[in-house]
Design a protein. Sequence first.
Length: 186
Amino acid sequence: MDLRVLTDEILLQLLKANDEQAFKEIYSRYWKLIFEAAYHRLSSRETAKELVQTIFLRIWEKRHSIHITHLQGYLQTAIKNSVINYVEATMVHKKYLQHVVHTSSATCQDTESTLTFHELSQAIEKAIAALPEKTRQVFRLSRFDHLSIREIAASLNISEKAVEYHITQSLKIMRLYLKDYLDIAW
């Protein structure tokens, strides 16, 4: 059967029945539309791809419980909200870095301290980038957006225990990546 001729409603019914081919058809039908919407707002192919993948991953994971009446509208709203959340998180992170830079520059007089601070910032970014995707999401929501474990669990549709696990894992990995800087701080 050629799934390309089916309506979105039928594809969604098939999706709820675990039909991977229906999911692939939904993906191929709409990925470009929502990718372009994200890319237009963010001007970053990698970030746009990541947001699109996350949306489709959530659809697949929630296929049994998700209630979608208009697929295209749902996807457009989902990518819009994902972009907004990403931009807000990025702004919070930038404000935090600016605050730290401002605070550091007020107290750090010599070039060596400034270089160490920039190296630390780069190391933090590198450590965050090394985290697995879900762990990175939980870490950012916890540490940059200051969400509670319960809020993160609800936002990502995972258990509170899973959130705690991801936070613990992220802190272990961060300690490993930043061990040289932790020695300096003590």
